[in-house]
Design a protein around this ligand. Structure first.
Ligand code: GN1
Ligand code: MG
Length: 362
């Protein structure tokens, strides 16, 4: 399906690296193509997905601004910016991107050694750490000039718009898969009414816009191999103004579950309240004092809506013929959608338990 993407000598040269550096593909992430390159030093070179990000230059401007801002904050608290934030390596021309013959945009960052991006949560302590780091990320960026950020993907966490995109995908049925997803569409339809809660509160001025990460899954944080501490928030492609509940909620979606996002055996997929509490504890210890009471109260809604939303997106992509998320087999997006919907259902059942955890912080 996909034609193999490779690092060429021209790409290496563009970033001032020897043309014969060894490179290996890294398999994390559903969107970009990522490689580890070594020549004594270690670098991550990525091809940005142009279908997903129509304006790679905007992403790089956001990332440059945010990482330079973070660098100052990290230095001020005596930290190590080479390990605690991304560091963009420029091209020999001084730019942040190299564009290949096919128009593919490439970027380079220094690799953070002796730290790991984990696809699944191994312990409540690990999730608490992730929560602390994402909470700290939000609080460090609270002084960032949000109006200078580009909106890299329009309506990224606008759940009602994501519903519309699913209905459109169903109407078009481009891949001829509609008949396989009747139950999932009904599940989504039944939740359309409640899908606009956060956007409504935002529109009414009841929730503040903050600078948020917007893709706070466990694998977008690096955990130090030696200390177990979450040291660096990565994948800054979707840093944009957003709601606190987006970041909190997406981490719960991805972290407070007993199975991988694409576990097909739904009997293994459960929303875990103990993990929810561990994340909430970490996140709120770092960001909680800045949050309004309504922000706190809507964190469980963030969990439910971010999980529903990704389910809608996986399902829409399945109907569209897998054009957005990278898939490993034909039913992959459908499996992911079912998995997320199972979590949504359990989050609805365990809502009172989530509220009780958050109540402690009110
Ligand atoms: C994508 O790039 P990655 O794999 O960190 C997606 C997120 C989804 C996530 C689901 C830009 O994140 O929105 O929540 O997959 N990123 C984009 O795993 O669409
Ligand atoms: Mg990403």
């Amino acid at each position: 399906m996909e034609h193999p993407i490779q690092i060429t000598p021209e790409i290496l040269e563009a970033f001032g690296l020897p043309r014969d550096c060894a490179s290996t593909r890294l398999h994390g992430g559903h969107i970009n193509d990522t490689f580890l390159v070594e020549n004594g030093g270690k670098y991550v070179i990525q091809r940005i997905n142009r279908y997903v990000f129509p304006s790679p230059q905007d992403i790089m401007e956001n990332i440059t601004g945010v990482t330079e801002f973070l660098r100052e904050k990290i230095l001020a608290r005596g930290g190590d910016p080479l390990r605690e934030t991304l560091n963009i390596r420029r091209t020999t021309q001084g730019g942040t991107l190299f564009v290949d013959e096919e128009g593919g945009p490439w970027r380079c960052m220094t690799f953070v050694d002796k730290a790991t991006s984990h696809e699944t949560v191994e312990s409540p302590a690990m999730l608490r750490e992730a929560g602390r780091a994402f909470g700290e990320f939000q609080s460090l960026l609270s002084g960032y000039p949000a109006q200078t950020l580009h909106e890299t993907i329009a309506d990224f966490h606008n759940t009602p718009v994501r519903c519309q995109q699913l209905w459109q995908a169903a109407a078009e049925d481009k891949a001829g898969r509609l008949s396989q997803v009747e139950a999932e569409l009904a599940f989504a339809k039944a939740r359309e009414g409640g899908a606009s809660l956060l956007m409504d509160l935002l529109g009414q001025g009841k929730l503040p816009l903050r600078v948020t990460h917007n893709d706070t899954k466990m694998s977008n944080i690096l955990i130090d191999d030696a200390t177990g501490k979450a040291i660096c928030v990565i994948d800054l492609d979707t840093v944009m103004p957003g709601l606190c509940a987006f970041d909190f909620g997406d981490s719960i979606r991805a972290g407070a579950t007993t199975a991988a996002e694409d576990e097909a055996d739904l009997s293994k997929v459960h929303f875990d309240l103990g993990l929810f509490e561990a994340y909430a504890d970490g996140f709120l210890s770092a960001a909680g004092s800045a949050l309004t009471p309504l922000e706190l109260k809507t964190l469980p809604d963030g969990a439910r809506l971010m999980t529903l939303e990704v389910g809608l997106r996986f399902l829409a992509d399945y109907l569209n013929g897998d054009v957005y998320f990278r898939t490993a087999y034909p039913e992959h997006n459908l499996v992911r959608a079912r998995n997320q919907f199972k979590l949504v259902q359990e989050m609805e059942e365990k809502r009172a338990g989530m509220d009780a955890v958050i109540e402690k912080y009110l």
